[in-house]
Design a protein. Structure first.
Length: 143
């Protein structure tokens, strides 16, 4: 099976800095794969909060992650601050894709440590069904 190769869109939505905590370090003395997923989730939550939203209320719709792909590039270590840039990808009737580039400052330049993509589905938790991406949310993805 070929390795995952993510091509990031050019439409950046924002960037967020998240420091690596000692609890993020695994037995290999670097950030664990599961922690990269948590860091991606934290960046998405910060992006939503910046615009007054949550995953339970994204302009009137809830959000569910339908898929995730992570392309690991380099290790990250305790003391690093990871810069996560979020990009808008494809948007459909009930879904949209978000892409992430995670990098750290080393040797006086940014080094990419991971790239990721999450598929997000708009969802009505009470009715237990998908819903259309709200217009305000769709506009935010175009900023």
């Amino acid at each position: 099976m070929p390795r995952i190769k993510l091509n990031l869109p050019t439409h950046a939505l924002g960037s967020f800095a998240i420091p690596v905590r000692i609890s993020d370090i695994n037995y290999g003395n670097h950030v664990g794969n599961n922690t990269f997923v948590s860091i991606i989730h934290e960046a998405r939550m910060q992006w939503l909060k910046l615009h007054g939203y949550t995953e339970m209320d994204f302009a009137g719709a809830g959000l569910i992650m339908s898929d995730i792909a992570v392309e690991f590039k380099k290790e990250a270590f305790y003391g690093d601050t990871i810069l996560i840039e979020i990009f808008a990808g494809e948007t459909g009737r009930v879904f949209f894709d978000l892409y992430y580039q995670l990098s750290v400052q080393r040797d006086n330049h940014q080094q990419i440590v991971a790239k990721a993509k999450t598929g997000m589905v708009c969802y009505d938790y009470a009715a237990k069904k998908t819903v259309t991406v709200p217009d305000k949310a769709r506009q935010l993805l175009l900023i």
